[in-house]
Design a protein around this ligand. Sequence first.
Ligand SMILES: Cc1cc2nc3c(=O)[nH]c(=O)nc-3n(C[C@H](O)[C@H](O)[C@H](O)COP(=O)(O)OP(=O)(O)OC[C@H]3O[C@@H](n4cnc5c(N)ncnc54)[C@H](O)[C@@H]3O)c2cc1C
Length: 408
Amino acid sequence: MRILIAGAGPSGAYLANLLAKKGLNISLVDKLKSPLNNPYSSAVLPLKSISQFSIPSKVISSYWNSWRIFSPSSNIYKWENSDSIGVVLDFGKFRQYLWELASNSGVKILSGCKVAKVISYSNYATVKLISKEGRSFVEQFDFVIDATGSKRELLGPLNNDQIGSFDKVLTGYGIEWIAKVDSITYNFWKDNLTFFLGCKWIKYGYGWIFPNGDNCLKIGVCSLEKMFTNKINMNRDIKNLLKKNNLSDFSVVERHGGELKSSIFRSESNIKQRVIGVGDAISTANFLGGEGIRHSLLSAKILSEEIFNIYDQVSYINSSDLINIGRKFQKRLRRELSWRWPISNLIAYKVWKKISTKEGDDYIEEVISELSNKASPLDLSMILFDYNFSRYGLRLLPYVFKSRKICL
Ligand SMILES: Cc1cc2nc3c(=O)[nH]c(=O)nc-3n(C[C@H](O)[C@H](O)[C@H](O)COP(=O)(O)OP(=O)(O)OC[C@H]3O[C@@H](n4cnc5c(N)ncnc54)[C@H](O)[C@@H]3O)c2cc1C
């Protein structure tokens, strides 16, 4: 069986490795010439994901043990834990590690190559590829995986027509700069995940400064503004963040960014003819913490198991086998992500939407102050990483759902 995986980000590269290890013939294609190019993600992960996915220490830029929030009125709140809570990865090195794993498992990697078109037939698909030299060629595969991220280049762009009437597509844009600072400045930011909330910092979203090791800081902004006002000016916002934190004079060594897009309830189909999606292409990025790496790896793991289950039983895959894979994959992923998943996305949407007015800022100030009185650093992790609002978080729900009805 020959499978093509389009996109060698975390989901595609990890899936390629898992399938090749089981003896499947896998081709992995990415537009990037090198995994180190365009390392667009802040790549924050909770510590437990490091062991869950056996991520090696060589791709970790720094560890952190505190949450810190600069509120709308510039109050600084901090929740400090004695042990590490999470890591910041070097996203480029992480992708490089996944590409190496895949290659060592026998995956054929085509870098600098674009998947331009897929045509599905009853028992196979043809794929048009464009090489880095601009040469186009067509190859035949049993089926194709869309791991191209939120752009969903093969499944087609996600819009409100593909989801249930109860659902909504969330679109955010994030940019991040890496600044090399002096050691005194670095000391203030190290060990903390620092967030900036309120209109003064950025509307319809948030800003952040994360330690990236070697006296480097990841400074970024993410906003859903375009969903509400149809305009956005991320460069202005990130420059403001630098200026207000006296970081403008340091040299910026890297600039990157990208789109984050997911439906709140993940109600879109994960399959289109002989194409199955994985990772951000099927809305595994969650908007509460603006993170998707660990969820995209989880989706790859589940999909690899479902593909292998069928592969074990049949000599070729017909359309109903593929539909079965898609259905079982969706069911298991929904179960793993749990009912908390859409709730946290919904809360994120409500919160980011609020950060646009003075009233919204007052509300955010109230929530942060409530959290600072009642929640420990690990409670915060439970809310932001486990989407578990049951302890201190439950008391916050009335704030989140202040308006009597949840309306999208
Ligand atoms: C600014 C920003 C900050 C973020 N910070 C975090 C964070 O702190 N923690 C976290 O967990 N997540 C974070 N995320 C989200 C996270 O990076 C994604 O959820 C994750 O990378 C998704 O992995 P993926 O493999 O599904 O898709 P992607 O990483 O988007 O990979 C898709 C790959 O497909 C390739 N591709 C696209 N089209 C084609 C084509 N036609 N042919 C061939 N190749 C193609 C691309 O080059 C790319 O390599 C952030 C995102 C943004 C935008």
